[in-house]
Design a protein around this ligand. Structure first.
Ligand code: CDP
Length: 787
């Protein structure tokens, strides 16, 4: 096996590889967290937003007079007022435009139409009901297929030159080589599937508290933001405020999962209201507002075809994808890649040719495209390839595990360039899958499945072996709205040897305050408990693009290791001075700096820290601090083998999960306990998406799924038990060999759950059931197969 674990340092230092308990938890579980809605400022006003009840309509008139007359209402803001300040529309992170408050039309149910600012949040809510809007209904388009029909009305007629509802067309790979491989294939296997709309649904909804000082022009904005620095720059660009006067503070976040990456109209209106009124204004969404109007994820209609030879070797992949973007193209994704990193759809397999054609359409729905715990559309890609390979196994009569072993990229092929241009850094896929198969007892399960089938019982074994591409990204290819996707860390060691680490990334519950301190602990030997981690306040931390797409460890973690190494180099020089030796002869281990070969001639990192401010060699600059901006040379490519075992009740279609075995490889694990927590969370979300979560829309564009009674979040009761395994093949280009892991399980597991259900029915000829795999869909598939 190619697993390489980094040697563990001393437990009292608590560096990389130790399951250090999360520093942030004491504060969070004892009610000392500081979330947006906890923050109160003197004279603060409250804002509530009026949202469109209809999905597509022309606004004939808005009458705010009754609302304005209520006691406690300070102002009613409409699109017209915003337009007077040039703020009725704003740019999106994908280079589109989005209405801040509607002026001409509403284009989805839940769109922002007006806002009330009042002395009390309840008065603001009550006043919304007194605003009278006259809507003239327009035809509603709820699917991209409807939207691209010849006679479809143009949803974005606000955009000059926009003739239909097509948002983009984009392709990757080589059409000619792919066509040639298909022409030469023995077999072609296809699958059409829809990855439905889902919602990140963080427990804390989105909000802003804006405090713009009319005298100094200083704008302090507390924001539920996964990317505070990027948001600051975009606020400066949109609102024309000088960037040095904008301070974004992203306080404790109650989850983000991609939902807190976009800039929402509420943020802009609250800031504008504070600017106009000269008082702090707070806005925080209700649960339903969050579910109907903020960024949705997925909604990809996918058709995939595999060309194979008779032995089951894949020769080529062809994919057509159509995405439902909603009314505004607001994805936050790298500018070059219109469908995010969907072109990683070739997955874990070695073949020469692929061609991917992607298009997106405007519809009368809230904006989609949020990378919900996902590196820019990798979840959809991983789902498609893993469902396709499973389908090919049935069509060719090859075991689903066997077909994967036949086609895996082999360990000696890394670095491996895929036909769509990714260069996978490292991996050992055969070991991962065989380890997981052994753990689950695959052969015995297949035998049990055959016996059960003979008795009319349904058992299914679903496999998914995913490869992710995370850590966006190298500046040569990756930017969002022109901002290169680098990240940074600033480290200061104080005279007493205690340190403060400041990050461009921003935790939303992933444990950065612990794991990033562990990186410093390993590099410098300062105990992890002596290191404070700061993040989220743009006045106090160095620039970065933020936390999403599992980029924190690959980019921010690398920056942390690099800045610690800069300090380690200076620490060696200082130790050499103190020990009267040459810097090159100084070694460091567990917080001791000693002369190579004579370990008794040593000083501690704490001695060195004090000397950095008191006793330096001539000419050396005082202090022990630095900053590093990291531009990753490549993405990192974590992977995993997931196996799900289900039993289905043929009478009702209800399925129950018997086992989930999940093997992950994220290279070097900084904190195994936190990594396992991330995987538990991701598996739970994958289970939810595949089994129960569904946001749908009726033909009038009404969102069905606007609360937690309709959009189901699994509790401990429904969630299966997870059996976790790991291998550890380091990333060769990451300073500590780590790859991202935060989203691995959300990406990899939906296909494993669906594959398990389909596997139980494969002998009946069932090849696909779209997510969510609800019992009635399973039952209908069984009925259709038996008739
Ligand atoms: O960007 P995000 O924090 O969501 O994802 P990540 O970089 O994959 O990290 C999620 C959490 O797992 C962080 O606390 C990481 O530092 C930790 N992690 C780890 O301990 N070892 C790894 N190889 C990767 C992540």
């Amino acid at each position: 096996m190619t697993t390489v674990e980094r040697p563990l340092g001393a437990p009292e230092i608590g560096g990389i590889g130790h399951s250090v308990k999360r520093h942030e938890d004491a504060r969070l579980i004892e009610g000392q967290g500081n979330f947006l809605d906890d923050i109160e400022l003197p004279g603060m006003l409250h804002m509530a937003i009026l949202r469109s009840p209809v999905a597509h309509a022309r606004i004939v008139s808005i009458d705010t007079s009754e609302a304005e007359a209520i006691d406690g209402v300070v102002a009613v803001v409409t699109g017209e007022l915003m337009a007077e300040h040039g703020l009725a529309w704003m740019p999106t992170l994908s280079g589109d435009t989005q209405a801040v408050l509607a002026t001409d039309k509403v284009r989805f149910q839940g769109q922002e139409v007006a806002a009330v600012v009042a002395t009390d949040p309840y008065v603001a809510e009550d006043a919304l009901e007194l605003i009278v809007v006259d809507y003239e209904d327009l035809p509603v388009l709820t699917t991209p297929q409807q939207a691209l029909a010849d006679d479809a009305p143009v949803i974005r007629d606000d955009k000059e030159g926009q003739e239909g509802n097509l948002v983009y067309e984009w392709e990757a790979g080589d059409a000619v080589a792919t066509d040639a491989a298909f022409a030469a294939a023995d077999r072609v296997v296809s699958l059409t599937t829809h990855y439905p709309r889902s919602h990140p649904a963080p427990l804390e909804t989105c909000g802003a508290l804006a405090d713009v000082n009319s005298v100094t022009g200083q704008a302090t904005i507390w924001l539920t933001s996964q990317a505070p620095h990027a948001h600051r720059t975009l606020f400066a660009m949109v609102a024309g405020l000088p960037e040095q006067n904008i301070r974004i503070i992203s306080p404790d976040l109650g989850g983000g999962f991609g939902n807190k990456v976009p800039i929402y109209p509420g943020y802009v209106v609250a800031t504008a209201a504070s600017l106009l009124l000269g008082t702090p204004v707070k806005w925080i969404e209700s649960r339903s507002e969050n579910l109907i109007s903020t960024g949705f994820a997925r909604d990809y209609y996918m058709e995939g075809e595999l060309a194979l030879n008779d032995e089951g070797r894949i020769l080529a992949l062809r994919v057509r994808m159509l995405s439902d973007q909603g009314a505004f193209y607001a994805d936050a994704q790298p500018t070059q890649f219109k469908a995010g990193l969907f072109h990683v759809v070739t997955g874990s397999y070695d073949f020469a040719a692929a061609h991917i054609v992607c298009s997106g359409a405007y519809t009368n729905k809230a904006p989609g495209g949020v990378a919900y715990r996902c590196s820019f559309r990798i979840t959809e890609a991983s789902f498609l390839i893993e469902r396709l390979v499973q389908t090919a196994a049935y069509e060719l009569g090859i075991d689903p595990a066997e077909i994967r072993f036949k086609n895996f990229i082999q360990p000696d092929q890394f670095p491996y360039e895929t036909p769509t241009g990714f260069v996978y850094d490292s991996g050992d896929y055969p070991t991962a899958l065989s380890t997981a198969l052994e753990e689950v007892g695959y052969e015995a399960l297949r035998a049990e499945q055959a016996e059960a089938r003979a008795e009319g019982r349904l058992i299914g074994i679903g496999i998914a072996h995913f490869t992710e591409a995370v850590g966006a990204g190298p500046s040569r290819q990756y930017d969002i709205a022109g901002l290169k996707m680098i990240d940074s860390a600033e480290l200061r060691v104080h005279p007493t040897g205690k340190a403060i680490l400041k990050l461009g990334v921003k935790t939303q519950g992933q444990g950065h305050e612990t794991t990033f301190a562990q990186i410093v602990a390993s590099e410098l030997g300062i105990p992890v408990t002596d290191i404070k981690v700061e993040h989220g306040d743009t006045d106090n931390t160095p620039y970065g693009l933020g936390t999403y797409a599992s980029r924190s460890t690959p980019v921010g973690g690398a920056a942390t290791a690099m800045v610690a190494r800069k300090l380690a180099a200076k620490a060696r020089d200082i130790a050499a001075h103190l020990l009267e030796a040459a810097s090159d002869d100084i070694d460091m281990l567990d917080g001791k700096l000693f002369v190579r070969g004579t370990p008794e001639r040593s000083v501690t990192i704490q001695d060195v820290a004090l000397a950095a401010y008191t006793n330096l060699p001539a000419g050396m600059e005082y202090g022990l601090e630095g900053v590093h901006y990291y531009d990753p040379p490549n993405l990192t490519y974590p992977y995993g083998s997931y196996i799900v075992v289900v039993e289905i009740d043929a009478e009702t279609g209800v399925w129950k999960v018997r086992r989930v075995v999940a093997l992950d490889d994220c290279g070097v694990r900084i904190n195994p306990m936190i990594v396992e927590g991330q995987i538990h969370g991701g598996l739970t979300e994958g289970f939810a998406m595949s089994s129960m979560q569904w946001i749908t829309f009726d033909p009038d564009g009404n969102c069905i799924g606007s609360n937690f009674m309709d959009y189901l979040v699994p509790t401990a009761w429904e969630t299966p038990r997870f059996e976790l395994l790991h291998t550890s093949v380091p990333s060769p280009h990451h300073p500590i060999g780590a790859k991202g892991v935060g989203e691995s399980a959300t990406v990899g597991s939906p296909a494993a759950f669906v594959n398990a259900v389909v596997d139980a029915l494969a002998h009946l000829g069932v090849r696909n059931i779209d997510m969510p795999v609800l019992p009635d869909r399973v039952w209908a598939a069984i009925q259709a197969a038996s008739s």
